[in-house]
Design a protein around this ligand. Structure first.
Ligand code: BG6
Ligand code: MG
Length: 225
């Protein structure tokens, strides 16, 4: 069987941390005196922490000094970490463990490709850290998604060509990054939003062993083109 590798996004694919980001960003918006809704929070998915703050400040039409920005980035993250430190394996999203088992059984390696600087901590909290062959997180990249850097580093960790890598993503920026990296992109979530992905699933429970085996054949076909 030809080797393929998998790269997983974290937030929204493995765990639902968007709700904690929301609470922490909302707290800051409350402090600054403007409304921050769940719809606004959608705009922050897949986006780096610094960029998230810029988007939030744009929403509130607030201008602040770089010094203040640094201060808010730190306070938002400490607030966010209060939620993360309470997380446990019950927060792993449905279908994740089963898919990792399938990959293990087929001898397919997987790494993490996340924008989050808190990714290692989150994986440890939910007891999945040891299962991954490598971690690429917000600390390892200089360019955020939709730049393909995070996934190209992931491919290196897997020791595979990008065409042999499959990316699971819940954010538009992530699907774009995977496509730019010349990888197979799998959108997890709303197909209408993630229509640029090669394949779409509502969640990981929909992914069968046969689908994974089909991916191996597909990458083989790419190789022989
Ligand atoms: C991404 C999330 O995975 O990580 C974004 O989808 C978040 O919403 C980004 O802003 C950065 O996360 P962190 O943990 O470094 O603040
Ligand atoms: Mg995500």
């Amino acid at each position: 069987m030809k080797k393929i590798g998998v790269i997983f996004d974290l937030d929204g694919v493995i765990v639902d941390t968007a709700k904690y980001h929301f609470l922490a960003w909302k707290d800051l918006a409350d402090h600054l005196g403007f409304e921050f809704t769940e719809a606004h929070n959608e705009l922050l998915k897949g986006v780096s922490r610094v960029r998230s703050l810029e988007i939030l400040l744009d929403i509130g039409k607030v201008e602040i000094s770089d010094e203040k920005k640094q201060e808010y980035l730190i306070s938002k993250n400490s607030h966010y970490l209060e939620y993360i430190n309470k997380m446990g394996s019950e927060e792993i999203l449905p279908g994740v463990n089963e898919l990792l088992d399938t990959l293990d059984n087929l001898g397919i390696k997987y790494v993490l490709g996340s924008a989050s600087k808190n990714a290692p901590l989150i994986l440890k909290q939910v007891n999945l850290f040891e299962r991954f062959a490598g971690i690429v997180d917000g600390n390892s990249v200089s360019k955020a998604k939709p730049d393909p850097e995070v996934f190209l580093i992931g491919a290196k960790k897997l020791n595979l060509q990008p065409e042999h890598c499959v990316v699971f993503e819940d954010a538009i920026a992530g699907v774009e990054a995977a496509n730019k990296a010349n990888m197979i992109s799998i959108g997890v979530g709303d197909e209408k939003i993630l229509h640029e992905a090669d394949f779409n699933f509502e969640n990981l429970t929909e992914i069968s062993d046969d689908f994974v085996k089909g991916l191996v054949k597909r990458t083989k076909a790419i190789e022989h083109r």
